[in-house]
Write a protein that binds this ligand. Structure first.
Ligand code: HEM
Ligand SMILES: *[C@@H]1O[C@H](CO)[C@@H](O)[C@H](O)[C@H]1NC(C)=O
Ligand SMILES: *[C@@H]1O[C@H](CO)[C@@H](O)[C@H](O)[C@H]1NC(C)=O
Ligand SMILES: *[C@@H]1O[C@H](CO)[C@@H](O)[C@H](O)[C@H]1NC(C)=O
Ligand SMILES: *[C@@H]1O[C@H](CO)[C@@H](O)[C@H](O)[C@H]1NC(C)=O
Length: 239
């Protein structure tokens, strides 16, 4: 299966974090050209060093970028319990279509998730005190060992190959090993099924499309001047 190291993925994230656009409050690729021409390479070196020391940072930074892009336009973030229709609607609010949503969900190819984020699927599906019957039974049994009902404080990898950016996430979905309801929801629509199969059959094409979708997400315009934040999911009040 084709793969990309967390480092090259991170470079991609950094590359798309600054985009050019005509809109008034847009980020600018040339912002530091006069005051600090080496800014990009300094950031790149530092991030490389941090990711070498802790590879999990690649996933954390990518998620941060996703949240940042959505928060720019006063849209709420997608929720882990969203169904396909709701996911499409949330992405539409920031100008991304269903296809973008399906491909960007492939960001869950790296990183990890709290047991609590899929706890109901293991122990109390739809309030019925059962395991989600759509989940592969062996996979569910393995998750229950890692995430016991009494102490569900651990982490699980978001796909079978946590450390590698590849299309294993979509293979997991197709074999009933998705973790979040929002992941599983992708296959409730024919378009999601189509793209998942395509990603598994042609991993290189998926990586390419993911890159383009990241650039599109990075270009989401800001409605207001682009200020700093204490918490990445909330815009600070103006003073
Ligand atoms: C489609 C809607 C999405 C939902 C509902 C969603 C939800 C979540 C949730 C609940 C977690 C686990 C948080 C935790 O337990 O700590 C997570 C992790 C993550 N998400 Fe998403 N996400 C979505 C889309 C995306 C997109 C578009 C990207 C990037 C392109 C992304 C990248 C990540 C990454 C990399 C992690 C792992 C973070 C880490 O290991 O530190 N997600 N997401
Ligand atoms: C996922 O991968 C990262 C980076 O390699 C690692 O730090 C983390 O412990 C892994 N998480 C799980 C649950 O395997
Ligand atoms: C953000 O959206 C909410 C509801 O959609 C609205 O009440 C609020 O005024 C908006 N805030 C800004 C700054 O546009
Ligand atoms: C998705 O969830 C919304 C809100 O709960 C609901 O109205 C809608 O019927 C659901 N759609 C599907 C396809 O399940
Ligand atoms: C839920 O199911 C478990 C195992 O099947 C059982 O031991 C428990 O009593 C059930 N709880 C409720 C509230 O029905």
């Amino acid at each position: 299966m084709a793969s990309t190291s967390p480092r090259s993925l991170l470079l991609l994230v950094l590359a798309v974090a600054v985009v050019v656009s005509d809109a008034q409050f847009q980020l600018s690729e040339t912002f530091y050209d006069a005051t600090c021409p080496q800014a990009a390479s300094i950031v790149q070196q530092k991030v490389d060093a941090f990711v070498d020391a802790d590879r999990g940072l690649a996933a954390a930074l990518m998620r941060l970028h996703f949240h940042d892009c959505f928060v720019r336009v006063n849209s709420s973030l997608p929720e882990r319990t969203d169904n396909f229709t709701q996911l499409v609607a949330r992405f539409a609010r920031v100008g991304l279509d269903a296809r973008d949503m399906i491909i960007l969900s492939g960001g869950h190819s790296i990183g990890q998730v709290h047991c609590g984020a899929f706890f109901e699927r293991l122990y109390n599906f739809q309030g019925l005190n059962i395991t989600d019957p759509s989940m592969d039974p062996e996979f569910a049994a393995m998750l229950k060992v890692q995430c016991p009902q009494t102490t569900p404080f651990g982490f699980m990898a978001l796909d079978a190959t946590n450390g590698t950016f590849d299309s294993a996430y979509y293979l997991d979905l197709l074999t009933n090993k998705g973790l979040l309801e929002s992941d599983v929801a992708l296959l409730s629509d024919p378009l999601g099924v189509e793209y998942a199969i395509k990603a598994v059959q042609d991993p290189m094409a998926f990586l390419d499309e993911f890159g383009w979708a990241m650039i599109k997400m990075g270009a989401i315009p800001a409605l207001e001047p682009y200020g700093w934040r204490k918490h990445c999911a909330f815009v600070e009040p103006k003073y």
